[in-house]
Design a protein around this ligand. Structure first.
Ligand code: ADP
Length: 167
């Protein structure tokens, strides 16, 4: 049985993340989505909120579960019996960072392999930060955020003054 782990910030989960999750869930016996801290990013949603949001989107996928990881990604993977790490590549810009992370993880634990899934072209521009920026201007994020959680995400991201403008 091969278990894979998809680590990331998921702040919040986007349709691009969800597409990677659906594809990886079809490739492995079990997929664990691990919410990890990225020291380069300040989170908008708490880890518990992000876990709940992802869970609302993966209810139909019965070999997928969500955890909050801590410490090194490879340690979280090993503790959960995962030999494979899944990462997504959207464009060349992702490649250098992802290669660096995967190589560091390989040096830390050579039993764990990183598998890259290429983004679908329609999602290759999409990131949590793009969705958050659009929402902060009260823009339409329905093409960015899974429909199961769109209302919760809007409530958190759209500034209250944009929702009720005084005349
Ligand atoms: P991190 O802070 O660890 O980069 P993210 O949540 O930003 O976490 O991304 C997690 C993984 O998902 C990364 O490998 C990233 O490249 C990938 N990813 C993010 N958005 C997309 C997308 N639209 N399509 C495919 N992969 C994506």
């Amino acid at each position: 049985m091969t278990k894979a782990m998809y680590p990331g910030s998921f702040d919040p989960i986007t349709v691009g993340h969800l597409d990677i999750i659906q594809r990886a869930a079809g490739m492995f016996d079990e997929l664990i989505i691990a919410i990890m801290k990225n020291p380069k990013k300040r989170a908008t949603f708490s880890e518990e909120e992000r876990k709940w949001l992802i869970e609302q989107c993966v209810k139909e996928l019965n070999n997928v579960r969500v955890i909050i990881g801590s410490g090194l990604t490879v340690s979280t993977a090993e503790q959960n019996g995962c030999r494979v790490l899944i990462r997504g590549i959207r464009a060349v810009a992702d490649y250098e960072y992802e290669l660096q992370q995967a190589t560091a993880n390989m040096m830390l634990n050579e039993r764990i392999e990183t598998v890259f899934l290429v983004s679908r072209p329609e999602y290759s521009f999409l990131s949590s930060s793009v969705a958050k920026e659009i929402a902060s201007y009260n823009g339409d994020i329905s093409g960015f955020i899974p429909k199961e959680i769109i209302e919760e995400v809007k409530k958190e991201l759209i500034p209250p003054q944009s929702l009720s403008k005084p005349e």
